[in-house]
Design a protein around this ligand. Structure first.
Ligand SMILES: [Fe+2]
Ligand SMILES: [Fe+2]
Length: 319
């Protein structure tokens, strides 16, 4: 069974890479270049403006493929977003053309079989490009808006999650075609073997990329959505409370505020009347005016108003 090792902020960056050279591909996408000497993971991350916790979450997940990140509130969404965007650029602008060049050099494309292999690769390139462009045009701007506190009503992470699929089946097919059916002379055999090795590597990279999106990014965005909804509710309550008074254009009188305090403390109309030395009829009139001015009718609503506007101390209110 594979040993599971979880790397920590104080581990040396060079040790992490020596133990797991596959992490090299992720470094560039985090904006971390080689040449980090004996610096620790946290020192290297700090120098490059990368959130250490998020870096280690991705790296440990990639290495061990076992971690769960549901409700992990320490993940930095901006760091993860930058990482995913840079990963797309790395794959589309560097890896895809790189493999294409390698394939062209290692197969005879004037041969019908060679032509078909190139065709499968072109189709695969288009498919993965479509997949990533969709995320760049729809998902990432949605997340950026969420980070700014704006949640659009016609899209959410659940919609993305439902339709997010692995995109490596064409690559698998291509690999099999080459291994099983493509005749190769001894001259091209080494080149073709090296290309195959890179295709295997690409396949693994893509799987990790999709796993990070599914198991780290998606839960982090779900959490962000929940937080936005909560803050919207708070904003709505406050605006209800404040706008209520502003809409009518009439401020509450001191006597009306005294009546609210009585209501919030659970007093009956008669008790409020006795305390303020006014008639029960006047208390009822005050209550009617308060409801009209604030558009708040229930004792619970008046309690919220009283707390938010400092008429009563929250500790004195029985909730
Ligand atoms: Fe992606
Ligand atoms: Fe994806």
């Amino acid at each position: 069974m594979k040993n599971i090792k979880i790397y920590e902020p104080d581990d040396k960056m060079v040790t992490l890479i020596k133990d797991n050279y596959s992490v090299l591909q992720a470094l560039g996408s985090f904006g971390i270049n080689l040449g980090f000497g004996d610096k620790t993971v946290s020192e290297t991350c700090r120098l490059n403006g990368v959130d250490t916790y998020t870096f280690l979450a991705v790296v440990n997940f990639t290495i061990n493929n076992s971690a769960k990140f549901e409700d992990d509130d320490q993940i930095s969404v901006p760091t993860l977003l930058r990482y995913l965007k840079a990963s797309h650029t790395y794959y589309l602008d560097f890896q895809l053309p790189f493999i294409q060049r390698e394939l062209k050099e290692s197969i005879n494309d004037s041969d019908p079989l060679g032509k078909l292999i190139m065709k499968i690769y072109d189709e695969y390139s288009q498919e993965i490009r479509r997949h990533m462009k969709y995320e760049e045009k729809t998902l990432f701007p949605y997340v950026e808006a969420l980070l700014d506190g704006n949640q659009t009503s016609n899209y959410n992470i659940e919609t993305f999650s439902k339709h997010h699929e692995q995109t490596d089946h064409k690559l698998r097919e291509l690999k099999l075609m080459i291994i099983k059916y493509l005749p190769s002379d001894s001259l091209r055999n080494n080149q073709l073997t090296a290309t195959l090795y890179d295709i295997f590597n690409n396949e693994e990279w893509l799987r990790h990329h999709a796993d990070v999106e599914d198991h780290i990014f998606t839960p982090a965005i779900k959490r962000l959505e929940r937080l936005n909804v909560q803050s919207d509710v708070t904003k709505n309550i406050s605006s209800m409370v404040f706008n209520g008074a502003q809409e009518s254009g009439e401020a509450l009188s001191d006597r009306e505020k005294d009546v609210i305090v009585g209501v919030v403390q659970g007093l009956q109309n008669k008790e409020i009347a006795d305390r303020l030395n006014i008639s029960v009829h006047t208390v009822i009139t005050h209550r009617r005016n308060i409801a009209r001015k604030l558009q708040i009718h229930s004792p619970a609503g008046l309690t919220i108003y009283a707390i938010v506007n400092g008429l009563v101390d929250i500790s004195s209110v029985k909730l």
